[in-house]
Design a protein around this ligand. Sequence first.
Ligand SMILES: [Zn+2]
Length: 46
Amino acid sequence: MAIDPICKMTVDEKTAKLVSEYKGKNYYFCAPGCKKKFDSDPEKYV
Ligand SMILES: [Zn+2]
């Protein structure tokens, strides 16, 4: 399981559709809003 860096929810990498790559690492999100937040300012959340 991965942790959504925005809301700290656990996300299953196998079924997750919301993924962002940042500096060679994949981040998984529970909702489009979380991905959007991360994408707009990833440095804040890694
Ligand atoms: Zn989330």
